[in-house]
Design a protein around this ligand. Structure first.
Ligand code: MG
Length: 367
């Protein structure tokens, strides 16, 4: 099989809540997402999606996805999308870094492989565990009272895991964690995600002030070493996210006992192939994971679901349903949250059909 066309479409994804706010005053009102389409000489077509969390979260930006695909696309014509290991190897040699550019191409290749095999991608990623898997809800940064109210609202929709966006003023963040902890019920799990937003003295104060609260502390500071220092000051369960982007740092984190949970974001690793490699390493090492991406619509949500659903239940701390945060659906067939849980599609491939009526003309079209 040979790739005959790679196209990239742009679509805006506004948020039901109007905006999403996190550490350091960062916020996004409308996500800029890219849908990738790969066509082949045998008529099989696959799709992927990449959606950075604005240009200031990770070293990734939305127009960069399209620029990178314009650069890489011509080199991939004639390559076999089913030989995904070789395809990734080729992409890494053709373009150094820029894992987020490669993510949608890799995702679309898994979609093609699944269709050719007649199997859902989760079966190819190792097999489905249970009927469904657990989701978290990210609670946008607001006043302590508003965040507590939102947690109650989302619990009524079925969520039991809440990731608070902190990393702002530490005194306010302490109040945010306390206010939300008061409305939790047995079985709920609370994560305070600072998204690198605290300096070390601020993080040290926060973890001490919430010492008696059952809360996970996620990515308090910018660097790995700063996070490790805070990790060693606290007995809270500890999550690392932003700088977990490859096997070397995962092995280092394991050797340092730096985290109890790590976040595997698909585009941070460069696609399902590398994210799956990281997932399997974490399973072997006994590390729990949040399986997700930086952001996305229906296609990213479908890809997340296939990776999450094929992760052993005991290792899956939580996952996410980004398609429920946004007002626009960019594909039919994507999984939908039910009572705070979700299941991967049982259709072959990713199980999604992009809404080309909304996507318009491609921004990049290589054939
Ligand atoms: Mg995080």
């Amino acid at each position: 099989m040979k790739i005959t066309r790679i196209a990239a479409y742009q679509i805006d994804l506004p948020l039901h809540e109007g905006s999403y706010k996190w550490s350091g005053g960062k916020s996004v009102d409308v996500f800029d997402s890219t849908v990738i389409r790969i066509e082949t000489d045998e008529g099989v077509v696959g799709h992927g999606e990449v959606c950075p969390l604005g240009p200031f979260y990770l070293p990734a930006y939305a127009a960069g996805v399209r620029a990178g695909i314009a650069e890489l696309g011509p080199l991939l014509l004639g390559k076999d999308p089913i030989q995904i290991g070789k395809l990734n190897n080729f992409m890494d040699k053709a373009m150094k870094g820029h894992s987020y550019v490669k993510s949608g191409i890799d995702m679309a290749s898994w979609d093609i492989l699944g269709q050719v095999a007649g199997l859902p991608v989760c079966e190819l990623l190792g097999g489905r565990y249970g009927d469904d898997f657990v989701l978290y809800r990210a609670i946008s940064q607001q006043s302590p009272a508003e965040m507590a109210k939102n947690v109650e609202g989302y619990r009524n929709e079925g969520y039991r895991r809440f990731q608070l966006k902190v990393g702002g003023n530490p005194d306010e963040d302490i109040e945010r964690i306390k206010a939300v902890s008061r409305v939790l019920e047995p079985g709920d799990k609370l994560i305070a995600d600072a998204n690198t937003g605290w300096l070390m003295h601020e993080a040290a104060r926060v973890v001490r002030a919430v010492k008696d609260i059952d809360v996970y502390i996620e990515q308090p500071c910018e660097s790995y070493d700063e996070c490790l220092t805070i990790r060693r000051k606290t007995d809270h369960p500890f999550v690392m996210d932003e700088h977990i982007n490859g096997m070397a740092v995962l092995l280092k984190a394991h050797a340092d006992r730096a985290a109890d949970v790590v976040n595997i974001k698909i585009s941070k690793f460069g696609g399902l192939t590398r994210a799956r490699q990281a997932r399997d390493l974490c399973v072997s090492l006994g590390i729990a994971m949040t399986i997700e991406d930086s952001w996305g619509g229906d296609i990213v949500t479908a890809a997340i679901a296939h990776l999450a659903h094929s992760t052993p239940t005991e290792n899956l701390f939580t996952s996410t349903d980004f398609n429920s945060y946004v007002t626009v659906s960019n594909a039919d067939g994507a999984p939908q949250r039910k009572n705070g849980r979700m299941a991967a599609s049982t259709e072959a491939g990713l199980g999604v059909r992009p809404r080309f009526d909304l996507l318009g003309d491609p921004k990049v079209d290589t054939r």
